[in-house]
Design a protein around this ligand. Sequence first.
Ligand code: NAD
Ligand code: UDP
Length: 319
Amino acid sequence: MVAGGAGFLGSHLCVRLLEAGNRVVCVDNLQSGSVENVRMLRRFSRFTFLEHDIVEPLPVIGRLDAIYNLACPASPPAYQENPVHTLQTSVNGSLNLLELATKNGSRILQASTSEVYGDPAQHPQCETYNGNVNPIGPRACYDEGKRCAETLFFDFHRTKGTKVKVARIFNTYGPGMRRDDGRVVSNLVVQALRGEDITIYGNGEQTRSFCYVDDMIDGLIKLMNSPRAVTGPINLGNPGEFTIRELADLVLQMTGSKSKITYLPLPVDDPQLRRPDISMANQALAWQPTTELKTGLKNTIAYFSDTLTERKAASVAAV
Ligand code: NAD
Ligand code: UDP
């Protein structure tokens, strides 16, 4: 089962699992995912889609070997739109999936996040760092929800022997992101391709470490298939660290765009620095990302360029 399988990472994960010969049930409420992803996945005969909100208990589905919980809006504008529901998704949703996994004896993997470290006082971030999250700020519905989900995973593991895995995912990008997703890579690439102003929040000196989607999917599958004793939490991300200004310059250079940069206010509690220490993933999973930012951006720019051209052609045809 892939909960959140109609979203960006979830749809890539479904494709990889289906191509490897698995049967996949995707459970998604389509809040930030897309029907196009579901349509694309329906070409596989072993794929089933269940439109369902994981906040509600799940129907009987049959035997499940593995449950990936990716269900949760991941972009700040998306998760802040209905903060209470975001919190319920991480807390009640994880609880429902943990109960299902425990009843079925399935392995269950939680897509946690670097946001559990908040605006970190330790750099780079390793798994032993307990973080610096503002519990009452606008990002808390996501950060605290994900922290609580981790708590639930380890309580189930300790008290019921549930086979848990927790991945702390750092910023991941690539083809398949929504044009209007609101995260920095999709925003900047789409703005550059359309010749619109590039929006940098704050002075652009804040950093992020960007992981290409294919590398992330490798890491998630490796973690799911790792020995039972490997529970995590385990950082998955690319340690290459860039300021947002550097990212904007690279996007402008690679698209050849004449877009201007415009500076907008920095969102409240926006983390200043972020870079994963991935020694644990390296040792426990023999995993490390292999895609350079330039290579990943090239593919991402080509993807958005194609989808924007198709859209233009469709609207011309409609006229
Ligand atoms: P996304 O928003 O594209 O996908 C999330 C999917 O979950 C969507 O299809 C959405 O409709 C679905 N969903 C949301 N709430 C749901 C609910 N209550 N019930 C059922 N389905 C629900 O985001 P993504 O980038 O693909 O992220 C996937 C997961 O990975 C998320 O849990 C996110 O927190 C985590 N993560 C992602 C990143 C990243 O950079 N992409 C970083 C850290 C963590
Ligand atoms: N950001 C930006 N312009 C945008 C979108 C985001 O400068 O159009 C910044 C944002 O303030 C943050 C960084 O880019 O510092 C990464 O933002 P994103 O929303 O992608 O992820 P997150 O903040 O959750 O890491």
